[in-house]
Ligand binder design. Structure first.
Ligand SMILES: [Zn+2]
Length: 173
């Protein structure tokens, strides 16, 4: 059986899932190719669940050298789905930065607090209510309110654990 090209919409969906980056969090290289998690020779089909975006180097380590095994690749794929469904773009970026920096405290501007809501709800980040910049509004009729302009978050122990598992590609579910 001849191997067909991967249809463009499917290819796009797999690349979008990984943010057009290598799906291995500690790599995230921007040059991508598609890899079959279970070899095409066995399945003889291209499906979303069996395709993952990898950089050429990780693709070789997986397919040719066997340095990354199939079970690990399935977990990377599963984590992508979980991260995409549960967390937004900013949260995923923060995970990535924290995984690389080992920092436990970070500050974001007003508005970003809303975008970090799910990670806070899941107990990964905690708002330390550190007094920082604020906007004090006051009107003639007595309305007075102070709005924080910056938010300081602390990575909880659960958050540290999550980031660690995220970085090494452990199962996040
Ligand atoms: Zn890679």
């Amino acid at each position: 059986m001849e191997r067909d090209a991967i249809p463009a919409p499917l290819k796009r969906a797999v690349l979008v899932e990984a943010g057009h980056r290598c799906a291995i969090p500690t790599c995230h290289h921007t040059t991508t190719e598609l890899a079959h998690i279970i070899p095409w020779a066995q399945t003889k089909e291209h499906t979303f669940d069996n395709l993952i975006a990898l950089c050429p180097n990780c693709h070789t380590r997986f397919d040719t050298k066997g340095e990354i095994d199939r079970k690990a690749m399935k977990i990377y794929k599963q984590n992508l789905g979980l991260l995409n469904n549960r967390y937004g773009e900013l949260e995923r970026r923060v995970f990535e930065v924290l995984a690389q920096s080992n920092e436990r405290v970070f500050v974001v501007g007003a508005g970003s607090d809303i975008l970090l809501n799910n990670a806070v709800k899941d107990g990964l980040f905690e708002d330390k209510n550190v007094y920082g910049l604020s906007l004090d509004l006051q009107s003639d009729d007595g309305f007075k309110k102070s709005f924080p302009l910056s938010f300081t978050y602390w990575l909880t122990d659960a958050g540290v654990e999550f980031i660690k598992r995220y970085a090494i590609g452990d199962d996040l579910s």
